[in-house]
Design a protein around this ligand. Structure first.
Ligand SMILES: C[S@@+](CC[C@H](N)C(=O)[O-])C[C@H]1O[C@@H](n2cnc3c(N)ncnc32)[C@H](O)[C@@H]1O
Length: 251
């Protein structure tokens, strides 16, 4: 089966309607200042908006092709807007193996990134890697979809949408979802005018308690438990445990 993360056109079409989180990260970056590290930046849905707002963004992703699409989008933005926009620094890597030095005040893990880490060990490893990249006083913010949060609640085959592809017109998108043992197995069928694609993705459904526990094991403390999103989606903000008390009352 193919990976959605090798098909930037289809990835972008599937996420074209996901916009409600973009301004949330813009507000956060305005509060902490840049540079920002986006882990799992994909095609730059969030990174490009942050660069457009003038921030320097490190975009880390394991997918070569999605990262190339992010770079292409942001270069176009820079050509159109010149010096008014920020900089994008692509980092092609698995976050669990990333060891170059960075020191950023804000690390973001948007759109259920943690679900790609299937074990507690990997989740703690990710937080530990992020901890090494954070400047003193910095924060890490994640958005996650626990069971029942409205995103991951249907089982069976559903017709998700008709998509508009950049170069290939309209296509249909069906999704099959099964959940067992805390893992969500997604199969997406995408039919374009000239090809059919079948993508599979296995995601871990993390609950709030385990996310907070993994972050704590890596030396973080929860700073801001409120969510700016509707429903039961989690939006968790962490600071280094030794610094959390000082940042607890900040917006
Ligand atoms: C759901 S997409 C989110 C993309 C982007 N953040 C957004 O909001 O549109 C998750 C991204 O994480 C990347 N990814 C998954 N596991 C990773 C890992 N261990 N290290 C780095 N990137 C990873 C995938 O390649 C994919 O681009």
């Amino acid at each position: 089966m193919q990976s959605l993360y090798d098909y930037p056109d289809i990835y972008d079409a599937m996420h074209a309607a996901v916009v409600e989180d973009v301004e949330v990260y813009g507000d956060l970056a305005r509060h902490t200042g840049g540079p920002v590290l986006e882990v799992g930046c994909g095609t730059g849905r969030i990174s490009s908006a942050l660069v457009g707002a003038g921030f320097t963004v490190y975009g880390l992703d394991s997918s070569v092709v999605l990262l190339a699409r992010a770079q292409e989008k942001i270069e176009r933005l820079q050509t159109d807007n010149g010096a008014a926009v920020g900089r994008f620094i692509p980092l092609q890597a698995d976050i669990l193996e990333y060891s170059d030095p960075l020191s950023v005040p804000l690390v973001i893990l948007p759109l259920n990134f943690c679900a790609h880490l299937h074990t507690m060990c990997a989740l703690v490893g990710m937080f530990a890697a992020v901890r090494r990249l954070l400047a003193p006083g910095g924060q890490v913010v994640l958005h996650a979809f626990p069971e029942g949060s409205g995103v991951a609640e249907r089982d069976g085959l559903v017709h998700r949408a008709s998509l508009s592809l950049r170069d290939a017109g309209k296509c249909d998108w069906y999704e099959s979802r099964t959940v067992s043992g805390g893992l969500e197995r997604l199969i997406w069928y995408v039919q374009t005018s000239d090809s059919d694609y079948t993508f599979s993705l296995v995601l871990r459904i993390w609950n709030r308690r385990d996310l907070v526990r993994a972050a704590a094991t890596a030396g973080f403390r929860l700073v801001e438990p409120d969510t700016p999103f509707a429903g039961d989606a989690l939006f968790l903000r962490f600071a280094a445990a030794s610094e959390a008390a000082a940042t607890e009352n900040q917006p």
